[in-house]
Design a binder for this molecule. Structure first.
Ligand code: G6P
Length: 609
């Protein structure tokens, strides 16, 4: 949830750290801080609120000399957002400074232990114990001390550590929270994720759980859980610096909406042949797929919504039960899975704590795990039996767009692949689907261009709404869930999705004159049913915004507020309607003048449970 960055090299560290934090702010943005270490000791500066406060306080870092440092942008868990609770935290004698992402679950116990040994605490955070613990165990050897200290921690952590006695070294450690080491000529870095460092390097090393590292300007040493040195080869990331910039768009969200055609193309085309689908998996064979008798999908947030779209598609095509469970509930619902279940874990970041926990539980229960992940080498990718990578590129906006639609498209691929193996659809049908899927990126591109003016107008009309009801049937219901989330998370308008047929069982009592209803109608077989539901809410005064792919003229002339999707295979309409609803959420939030890329209280990468 928090962002960490560290630098050791020849440049002034503070401006480099602030630049890195600016790229990580989507991970948390209620306070921030940096620490630099010089031969005369460690200096920290912290500020409540957005990073711009820290930038102003330090004159964009120019006020802090020193060429080794750590920085942090925070999403508060323990202790309210404040200057004091902001990281870095210092040890009692100010010999050590640390930044942390994660939760130290046994911090109260450790705090008591440390207070008993004379340590005084400044903050309400769980993190501060780590700084004091390192000081308490300090033996003269930092690697040995760090190893000893992290062994006392329960919970999750990515740590960046400075030691006043070694101003040319940066230390770090990780367990269940992401951390990458970046390498360039004459400099070493550490960060929560790669986009923070792309301006400096594309050469990375992924730290594994229970590893610690010492980074210098001219190299690094990594140690395993037993504090033995380990060799690791750097890899070169495919993402480039432009991918992590706004590129002329006012917000990352709008840029990422417009990147969807490319992201979809890169996700789909390497796996789509003329008449079939190839997933290029490493471990899960076609025989293994043939033997699975059900699928269990676990994910959080929009990835969960993608899973529901996938369920509709896969069940219909593959005639196999597909259960979708919120990853945060997975461990508590005693899931009915075994070695005949394929567990599908969906996560853009590959680091969501609940989703990772669901993956581990599925493996414990004997299930094979296929993950659909965007970030290469992330924890979920590494712990899965196989990975189907989406090719969305870095997603910076907290509200996901291209991350979600590429997940949905990966599930379409999975459905086609499985149906081919299980022979639940004729080769001709599968070839037609594959052809339609190949056309999807171009349709999304056209649709974004065509729909934008209409959606902008609708957003300018409806941005004053207090509530919005998204309704649909079948896949449109699944798509409506994501549409409602897109609106509420960035525009702060209360929005909920309902299966259109359910309205009469309670929710319709909320409909009154002027209520906003967003109705999705992309399945011709269901047009008559959804029209009845729309009529019911209109009769009660609702204003209806209809998103449809009506080619037959079924709805013609009936609706004032309507966006028509291009001609597409109805099975894949969720991707097209998603783009309309993303634009509607975006322009509604823009009309309200809100901070679209960083909505209040949210963080993009939720690495705490
Ligand atoms: C956060 C993000 C959502 C995302 C969810 C799951 O809440 O804001 O956009 O859908 O986490 O994230 P994941 O990285 O696992 O897909």
């Amino acid at each position: 949830m928090c962002g960490i960055v560290g630098y050791v090299g020849k440049l002034q560290a503070a401006p480099v750290l602030l630049e890195g934090l600016a790229k990580l702010e989507y991970r948390g943005y209620d306070s921030s801080g940096i620490a630099v270490v010089r031969p005369d000791g460690i200096e920290t500066v912290k500020a409540k609120g957005r990073l711009k406060n820290l930038q102003a306080l330090t004159d964009d870092g120019k006020k802090l000399s020193g060429s080794t440092g750590i920085g942090h942008t925070r999403w508060a868990t323990h202790g309210a957002p404040s200057d004091t609770n902001a990281h870095p935290h210092m040890s009692g004698q100010k010999k050590f400074a640390i930044v942390h992402n994660g939760i130290i679950e046994n911090y109260l116990e450790l705090k008591e232990f440390l207070i008993g040994r004379g340590f005084r605490f400044q903050s309400d955070t769980d993190t501060e114990v780590v700084a004091h613990l390192i000081e308490h165990y300090f033996s003269g050897s930092m690697t040995e001390t760090l190893h000893k200290a992290v062994n006392k921690l329960k919970g999750s952590y990515a740590l960046g550590v400075l030691y006043a006695g070694e101003p040319d070294r940066l230390y770090c450690a990780r367990k269940d929270s992401p951390l990458v080491i970046g390498l360039s000529a004459g400099a070493g870095f550490v960060a929560s994720d790669m986009p923070a460092l792309l301006a400096h390097t594309r050469r990375f090393i992924l730290l594994d759980d229970n590893e610690t590292a010492c980074i210098r300007a001219d190299g690094f040493d990594i140690y395993n859980a037993n504090n033995e040195p380990v060799e690791k080869e750097p890899f070169t990331a495919e993402w480039d610096v432009a991918a992590a910039e706004k590129d002329g768009f006012p917000h990352f969200m709008l840029k990422e909406i417009h990147e969807q055609p490319r992201a979809l193309r890169q996700t789909l085309s390497p796996r789509l042949a003329a008449s079939n689908v190839e997933l290029h998996l490493k471990k899960l064979t076609r025989e293994a797929f043939a033997a699975f008798d059900c699928l269990h999908i676990a994910a959080c947030g929009s990835a969960y919504h993608a899973g529901i779209v996938g369920k509709y598609f896969i069940e219909k095509l593959c005639r196999i039960p597909v259960q979708v469970t919120l990853a945060s509930e997975f461990r508590y619902c005693d899931p009915l899975i075994d070695d005949r279940t394929l567990t599908v874990i969906i996560s853009q970041s590959g680091e969501t704590a609940d989703t990772l926990a669901a993956l581990r539980e599925a493996k414990r229960l004997g299930s094979a795990v296929l993950s659909i992940v965007n970030v290469v080498g992330s924890s979920i990718a590494r712990e899965s039996d196989d990975v189907l990578y989406t090719a969305a590129g870095p997603e910076i906006s907290v509200a996901t767009t291209k991350g979600y639609t590429t997940q949905v498209s990966a599930l379409y691929l999975l459905g086609l692949y499985l149906a081919g193996i299980k022979e639940t659809a004729a080769p001709k049908t599968l070839a037609a689907y594959a052809g339609a899927l190949a056309e999807l990126p171009a349709l999304v591109e056209r649709m974004i261009g065509d729909a934008t003016p209409a959606v902008q107008l609708l957003a300018s009309l409806f941005h004053g709404a207090n509530d919005a009801y998204y309704i649909g049937r079948g896949t449109d219901y699944a798509a409506a869930m994501e549409g409602a989330l897109k609106l509420k998370e960035i525009s702060y308008i209360h929005a909920e999705a309902y299966a259109a047929g359910e309205l009469k069982h309670g929710t319709i009592s909320l409909i009154e004159k002027g209520s906003l209803v967003v109705a999705l109608a992309t399945d011709p077989a269901l047009y008559p049913k959804i029209r009845s539901n729309i009529t019911e809410v209109r009769t009660r005064g609702a204003v209806v915004f209809l998103v449809t792919d009506d080619k037959s003229g079924f709805f013609a002339g009936e609706y004032e507020y309507i966006v028509t999707l291009p001609d597409a295979e109805p099975a894949f309409s969720a991707v097209l309607s998603a783009a309309v609803m993303q634009l509607f959420g975006y322009y509604t939030a823009a009309a309200k003048g809100l901070d679209i890329d960083k909505p209040r209280n949210l963080a993009k990468s939720v690495t705490v449970e």
